[in-house]
Design a binder for this molecule. Structure first.
Ligand SMILES: Cc1cc2nc3c(=O)[nH]c(=O)nc-3n(C[C@H](O)[C@H](O)[C@H](O)COP(=O)(O)O)c2cc1C
Length: 143
């Protein structure tokens, strides 16, 4: 199996409804070829991890590259994996809120780290995505 983590810059402003329709399409396409992953969306960037059978991941990445809703794609890490990190989702998306002065949330430390331009995260990106997803989903699951 192969995993690719890349970042890109939004070509047009991207809101919650845009994310919803993107995920609806992407998760159907991914499910049909056994690809899973996660997409983080900030005010101006995307950070995505896709994983699965190598040829399927390459094919999905080519489709992602061709999408005019973003530019300047940069792969932060790419390589063979034994196990998936995000096997629960054919594709899940999370909006990362902008860091607010004086606001302390369960994940403000992470938000702070995510506040840098995502292309500067390098190989640390995957770990940060995992931590973020973990905390975010735990917070959202609370009643
Ligand atoms: C940030 C971003 C993430 C995307 N993620 C996926 C994905 O995980 N899987 C996929 O098949 N396509 C992904 N795409 C590509 C779109 O799903 C695809 O280009 C779009 O639906 C157009 O394809 P269509 O004309 O066949 O509908 C992504 C595109 C963008 C901009």
């Amino acid at each position: 199996m192969l995993r690719i983590v890349y970042t890109s810059v939004q070509a047009v402003p991207f809101g919650p409804e845009d994310l919803e329709s993107l995920l609806a399409r992407a998760s159907v396409l991914n499910e049909s070829v056994g690809v899973t992953g996660i997409l983080l969306v900030s005010q101006r960037e995307f950070l995505q991890c896709i994983e699965g059978p190598a040829e399927a991941v390459r094919q999905v990445y080519r489709r992602i590259q061709a999408d005019p809703r973003h530019t300047d794609l940069q792969i932060l890490s790419s390589g063979p994996i034994r196990r998936r990190q995000f096997d629960r989702w054919s594709m899940v998306g999370l909006m990362v809120p902008p860091q607010q002065e004086g606001v302390h949330s369960a994940f403000s430390l992470l938000d702070h780290r995510l506040d840098r331009p995502w292309r500067t995260l390098g190989k640390a990106a995957l770990e940060l995505i995992q931590e973020y997803a973990h905390i975010k989903l735990a917070v959202e699951a609370q009643p």
